[in-house]
Design a protein around this ligand. Structure first.
Ligand SMILES: [Zn+2]
Ligand SMILES: [Zn+2]
Length: 197
């Protein structure tokens, strides 16, 4: 099922499945598709294959606001229980690559990883850390807590991502100049090509 969502079976998928199963088990989430489905959130630390697998196994989704990407570039994920805010951070063990090299000598790296993530124990593969996570009201699942318009660009901003600049409400790009894109044109209407319903 993880492969269906992600498109191929890779080592990252397998380690993601393992991380998700370990996180849910340690957090005491047994019925993730039923009554426990809304009881936890995931903070994922890498935007790679493992992230898709963790979404599939946990049912947490970006759009449901139960899956947050905090891209530190580490194979790590934190599982947070929404009733007691207990948090468990699962991270790939620092020496996991050495362990795999010793256990699967002469095997192609990718194949060795796939075997390792299927066969090695959680203790060999992962480190677990108790953490607490402060989750702001505007970041939890539910209807948008807050909705304003930017005084400069006029665009609507949800969930308190706006900045109060001496009493003027601005979006983050207008306030800070930090924009992920470079504008190549002024805004215009879409080219009308008919309705696709
Ligand atoms: Zn992959
Ligand atoms: Zn703006």
């Amino acid at each position: 099922m993880a492969t269906k969502f992600h498109g191929h079976l890779c080592a990252g998928q397998i380690i993601g499945v393992r991380i998700a199963m370990l996180g849910l088990r340690e957090l005491g989430i047994h019925d993730r598709r039923g009554k426990d489905g809304k009881k936890f959130m995931v903070f994922m630390e890498v935007s790679r294959c493992a992230a898709d697998a963790i979404m599939t196994v946990t049912g947490c989704r970006v759009g449901k606001r139960s899956f947050k990407l905090v891209d530190t570039g580490k194979i790590a994920a934190t599982f947070v229980h929404m009733e007691n805010f207990r948090g468990l951070r699962i991270i790939a063990a620092n020496d996991v690559e050495e362990k795999i090299a010793i256990r699967y000598p002469g095997v192609d790296e990718k194949e060795a990883q796939k075997s390792a993530y299927r066969e090695m124990s959680d203790r060999e593969l992962f480190t677990v850390q108790e953490v607490s996570v402060t989750i702001k009201p505007e970041d939890i699942p539910g209807t948008p807590a807050h909705k304003v318009s930017c005084a400069l660009c006029g665009e609507t901003i949800l969930d308190r991502r706006d900045i109060d600049h001496n009493g003027t409400i601005l979006c983050r790009p207008c306030a800070t100049g930090a924009v992920y894109y470079t504008a190549k044109s002024t805004k215009r209407e879409p080219i009308q090509e008919g309705l696709f319903l």
